[in-house]
Design a protein around this ligand. Structure first.
Ligand SMILES: O=C(O)[C@H](O)[C@@H](O)[C@H](O)[C@H](O)COP(=O)(O)O
Length: 242
């Protein structure tokens, strides 16, 4: 489902509503809410809203488990850390138990930590299918999402849940949930704004299938719902959705 918003403040409010709804439903059904956060700039307003009334009081934080969709492999104190951003804007301001927060970083080899993170997820989901209640995602100007970048091997991954790899153009390691895991989610919400995203959004949603070049095309929940919340600038090249 694609929803086009005129302003990003309203878009972020609607995203906060969806977050609350997903959290309340999950806790009602299963006693807990499992969410993966995203990095980048797009979720910042959402995180700020969730840390304030009325949303703050509406989210069952005590039953919430926080994971990430991806991370730049930098210490948690580094300005580039997705976890640092989420902590400062949201997690430090809400009563989510510290032991229910799983940043994607540790002082070990990234590939080893990817295996460890996968084990943490296996322990969390136990014998149930690894269905996140909600995964938040952004999309880059090149059509990447999470750390699923164009032309990388991780795009071919069929079985593992978490992968880490060296992203040469950025001279850094990245760690990411894989597309097969993301696609088990009950809800996936992309938030995408700005002119810079217009061409990629058109290709991802309306172009020929080419996930090697536009990895966001890989995201298609098997039994869940896919929401694209975009602003009118990002939507400016869409043809079918207007
Ligand atoms: O760690 C990251 O960089 C991200 O998780 C990445 O996938 C991001 O979501 C997109 O690059 C969009 O970024 P913006 O929201 O800043 O446009």
């Amino acid at each position: 489902m694609v929803t086009i918003f005129k302003d990003t403040a309203y878009l972020s409010q609607q995203a906060a509503e969806l977050f609350v709804q997903a959290a309340q439903e999950a806790v009602q059904k299963n006693g807990r809410f499992t969410v993966a956060l995203t990095g980048g700039s797009s979720p910042k307003q959402l995180y700020q809203l969730l840390a304030q009334a009325p949303y703050k009081e509406q989210v069952p934080w005590q039953q919430t488990y926080i994971f990430w969709g991806d991370e730049r492999w930098v210490p948690l104190t580094d300005e580039r850390s997705n976890a640092k951003m989420a902590k400062e804007l949201l997690l430090d301001k809400v009563p989510v138990p510290q032991e229910q927060i799983y940043p994607m970083w540790d002082e070990m080899e990234p590939e080893k930590y990817a295996q460890k993170y996968e084990q943490i997820l296996k322990d969390h989901f136990q014998d149930q299918s690894p269905a996140f209640d909600l995964i938040l995602l952004g999309m880059g100007d090149d059509g990447h999402t999470a750390s699923l970048f164009p032309g990388t091997e991780v795009l071919q991954e069929k079985s593992s849940w978490v992968q880490a790899y060296y992203l040469a153009p950025q001279s850094m390691y990245r760690i990411t949930l894989t597309a097969p895991l993301i696609n088990q989610a009950k809800r996936v919400l992309f938030m995408t704004f700005g002119d810079g995203k217009a061409q990629a959004l058109h290709e991802v949603l309306e172009g020929e299938r080419n996930p090697e070049q536009y990895p966001s095309q890989l995201i298609n929940p098997l039994n869940g719902s896919l929401y694209w919340y975009v602003d009118d600038k990002a939507a400016s090249r869409l043809e079918k959705f207007k």
